[in-house]
Design a protein around this ligand. Structure first.
Ligand code: ZN
Length: 242
């Protein structure tokens, strides 16, 4: 069983289509989405349609829950808030309803899945060893997948200490019987200095996770953000991967 894992698409249909084209060449058995399909980007309608069609797991992220009204929009400020308000005006009532039914955590094939973390599935960023340690203490399965930080990361326990951090594209982890947290990075708004769209491929039988990147039409995504009247900073950051 091989699984392509995507997260944080954020309404970037140019990035999503490029990642799905690359995924189709890998012919995985399933696609799992770790949430935040909408918010920030200019094509939330199309991104939701595509993810709903392709992914067998679709978690809710904090942006999805704010757009659906499950979480109060006052939790957001600045660009995130402006984008969430705009996203509400373009999604259909059925799509907003669908977002409201999603959960920020779950599991499949023995893998634990969260948008944020095992401790706080909606909001927690697992980007430092101490937070990772607290999460690993609660983890009961070898592998836990998370999104939310938009950075390709791994955290694990080796010889009683927490190791990990950012991961180079193309790297493979053999998670075996250990305990690891893997973040596939963000499809639609990477924040690790590499503008290419991030995703990951799991091989459940082999017990491996591989981090991958796909080039996409960044200009097209930026133009769509400008045309939609969304904050220009949301376009600029795509070119920098920030
Ligand atoms: Zn996100």
């Amino acid at each position: 069983m091989r699984v392509a894992v995507i997260s944080d698409v954020h309404g970037n249909v140019q990035a999503l289509e490029a990642v799905l084209a690359a995924i189709d060449e890998l012919r995985p058995d399933e696609i799992w989405s770790l949430g935040d399909v909408v918010g920030y980007g200019a094509d939330p309608v199309r991104c939701m349609q595509i993810v709903d069609e392709r992914a067998v797991v679709s978690l809710a992220g904090n942006h999805d829950l704010v757009v659906s009204g499950t979480i109060n929009i006052d939790m957001f400020a600045h660009d995130a808030r402006d984008a969430a308000e705009w996203t509400r005006t373009v999604l259909s009532p059925e799509q907003i309803q669908a977002l409201a039914t999603r959960m920020p955590g779950g599991g499949r094939e023995g893998v634990q899945l969260f948008h944020g973390s095992i401790r706080d599935p909606v909001w927690e960023y697992v980007v430092d060893p101490r937070t990772a340690e607290l999460c690993l203490e609660r983890q009961r399965r070898p592998l836990c997948l998370i999104g939310h930080s938009h950075v390709q990361l791994v955290w694990g326990e080796e010889d009683g200490r927490v190791v990990g951090g950012t991961v180079a594209a193309g790297a493979t982890l053999a998670y075996g019987e250990g305990r690891y947290i893997v973040n596939p990075g963000s499809v639609g708004q990477p924040r690790d200095g590499d503008p290419r769209a991030g995703y990951a491929l799991l091989d459940i039988e082999q017990g491996t996770a591989t981090w991958l990147r796909a080039e996409y039409d960044v200009r097209g995504a930026q133009e769509a953000i400008r045309d939609a009247g969304l904050p220009l900073r949301l376009a600029a950051r795509l070119a920098e991967g920030r």
